[in-house]
Design a protein around this ligand. Sequence first.
Ligand code: NI
Length: 189
Amino acid sequence: MAILPIRLLGTPILRQQTVPVQSVDAEVQKLIDDMIETMHNAEGIGLAAPQVGRSECLFVVGISELLEDMAEDLQTKLPDQPMVFINPEITWESEAEEEFEEGCLSIPDIRESVLRPESIQITYRDRNMQKHSRTADGILARVIQHEYDHLEGVLFTDHISAFRRTILKRKLAEIARGNTRANYPVQPV
Ligand code: NI
């Protein structure tokens, strides 16, 4: 497995629509393994293909580190292995929304509160191309929605208020220029 450099805000592929995966061949299997390794190395809880410069419609989620901080009755409901979502489609969102602070490995050192649906339903394929449908709420729903956005070229900073974006404008421009001190490999724009 290899640790891939993470693309920073300002890189064109982060703004592009991804392409559905037709089959999980050896190359895509390796991409998935590398993305999981890259996510863990960066201490992230999710990573989408465009963040490593790829256009495949897939993301990985790994929330096992968060589980250690949670009560045991919650742990049983959440997966402790990295999850792979290929060609996902969010088929339902709850009307109830909640605010939660988000960050993104492609936008180091920025954390902002984002309002999103509390619960979702998603269909997707796993790395064996088996189809699944599941509901998610809490932290899992949050991470899935954030990563799902990446597949459509959307970043969490698109969801914050125009006022907050103005406040962050200079900081975001600095990241796009590569002036950031992430403690994981990044690829300058
Ligand atoms: Ni992100």
